[in-house]
Design a protein around this ligand. Structure first.
Ligand SMILES: [Zn+2]
Length: 69
């Protein structure tokens, strides 16, 4: 399915029916990856990137605190 930003769609899933779901585009400020989809999915994309980048950053801090690169 090809979704365009600004489209209003209906989504039927096992969890329920979402009406007036707007397709949005979000960009990760850290790595620039872009996502187009529902706001709910965009929230998952943002949260996933936040968790991922925090994890990578924490790994870098541990490595540098041990004298590595
Ligand atoms: Zn990212």
């Amino acid at each position: 399915m090809k979704w365009l930003v600004g489209d209003i769609i209906e989504i039927e899933s096992l969890e329920g029916l979402t009406l007036e779901a707007e397709i949005v585009k979000v960009t990760c400020p850290v790595c620039g990856e872009e996502f187009i989809g529902t706001k709910r999915a965009a929230g998952g994309f943002i949260a996933g990137h936040q968790a991922y980048h925090e994890f990578i950053n924490s790994q870098d801090l541990i490595v540098s605190s041990m004298g590595g690169q």
